[in-house]
Design a protein around this ligand. Structure first.
Ligand code: ADP
Ligand code: MG
Length: 406
């Protein structure tokens, strides 16, 4: 795979596919980690005299312009981080984009509007995606892939565009792949994996591959309830994927045979309804219950304190830890304790405390670590891609990486 050092970018228009899909509250960016992560690549290209055209998706608009998913606030923040103005094009391949790119001088940068405002970006139809990629290709001479969080997507700007232009990987993708390699080759043991979050079916798949690699798998977040149900517990109104129960049971069997330890929660923080994360208004019927006593009318929204202590113990001597998915609804203060406890356990893992190689992957997991006030530099690596990291660890081919290698 080529890197930006292999491209002669001076005076050329360089298309940088970034992942600037940051969490927004209105037009306020609540975590700018993904913008900071790609800034060094853009800065390096500008330094070398390139005309840089940055593009990204944001959220899930339905293939047409939708102001709530505009990248305009991101252009402002990117400009602050780069210390120079970022021209913003109000479309992707239309008049605004063409004019903004044409006006770029050497060492100047523009950000295009949300790629997903065009249906061709995510289309399952090769021809429709290809047609959009053709129009994007007209805007640039070279392509740099650096949107790690999107490399598992077969999208026009990720997969089809690099086939149309001389291409290379950006600094972020190089770094992310280097870290993931360390999680698959010559892993220091014990190797513990902590899984949580809300996308249960997405994440159950990775376990299959981890059963041959990890020594311990700790299950929290929404996924824990499918495990608990499989083990015969009632889970009330908690997140549950009934159809995954046979899969989970098979994993538990295989883990036993392979000597892999599953650590399943023993208690959980519950409430009668999903908490209001926007206001953080306290939930009155909050309680912590053992997993064999989840009331029928309640839903589990975090691991409980006994589980947090158990997880901390299981992480204390780990030499490698991969963590994806918050342990609970950390966006609400009453359900953030489990996530906080796991973050803390990662920081002190191994001997001397903190010696473990720790990787946090996933947009929400990374945001959780930062918004809960942890110093991100104390972790081995905070990945910008959850789905992408998981699919890599599952051993799948990532379309955006394959396209850069071609
Ligand atoms: P990541 O982005 O790190 O890969 P996900 O997107 O899978 O993680 O999940 C993050 C979300 O999971 C958070 O918004 C959090 O509120 C939610 N979550 C965690 N535990 C639960 C739970 N028990 N029930 C419902 N949602 C949960
Ligand atoms: Mg997420």
């Amino acid at each position: 795979m080529k890197t930006i050092d292999d491209l002669d970018v001076s005076g050329k228009r360089v298309f940088v596919r970034a992942d600037l899909n940051v969490p927004l509250n209105g037009t306020t960016i609540t975590d700018d980690g993904r913008i900071r992560a790609v800034a060094p690549t853009i800065a390096a290209l500008l330094e070398r005299g390139a005309k840089v055209v940055v593009a990204s998706h944001l959220g899930r608009p339905k293939g047409a312009p939708d102001p709530q998913f505009s990248l305009a606030p991101v252009a402002v923040r990117l400009g602050e981080l780069l210390g120079r103005p970022v021209a913003f094009a109000t479309d992707t391949v239309g008049d605004s984009a063409k004019a903004t790119v044409a006006a770029l001088g050497d060492g100047e940068v523009t950000l295009l509007e949300n790629l997903r405002f065009n249906a061709g970006e995510t289309s399952k139809d090769d021809a429709e995606r290809g047609a959009f990629a053709d129009r994007l290709a007209e805007l640039a001479d070279l392509y740099v892939g650096d949107g790690f969080g999107a490399v598992h997507r077969k999208h026009a700007s990720v997969y089809d565009l690099p086939a149309r232009l001389p291409h290379a990987a950006g600094l972020l993708i190089e770094k992310e792949l280097g870290v993931l390699k360390r999680l698959t080759e010559d892993v220091r043991r014990p190797y513990a994996v902590v899984l949580g979050g809300s996308k249960v079916s997405d994440k159950v798949g990775v376990i299959d591959n981890l059963l041959g690699k990890a020594d311990r798998i700790l299950i929290g977040g929404g996924m824990m309830f499918t495990f608990l149900k499989a083990l015969g517990h009632e889970v009330g109104g908690s997140l549950l994927q009934e159809d995954q129960i046979p899969v989970v049971l098979e994993y538990l069997e295989r883990a036993k045979a392979n000597g892999v330890e599953f650590i399943i929660p023993v208690d959980t923080a519950v409430a009668g309804s999903f908490p209001d994360v926007k206001t953080g208004t306290p939930v009155e019927d909050f309680e912590v219950v053992d997993v064999d006593a989840i009331p029928a009318g309640k839903l589990g929204l975090d691991i409980g304190p006994k589980t947090a202590a158990l997880f901390a113990e299981k992480l204390a001597d780990a030499k490698t830890v991969f963590w994806n998915g918050p342990m609970g609804v950390f966006e609400h203060p009453q359900f953030a304790d489990g996530t906080r406890a796991v973050a803390q356990a990662l920081l002190t893992a191994s001997t001397p405390p903190g010696d473990a190689f720790t990787v946090v992957g996933g947009g929400d997991s990374a945001a959780a670590v930062r918004t809960l006030g942890f110093d991100e530099n104390k972790f081995g690596h905070i990945s910008t891609g959850g789905g992408a990291s998981l699919e890599y660890l599952e051993g799948k081919t990532l379309p955006g990486i394959a396209a850069l290698e071609a």
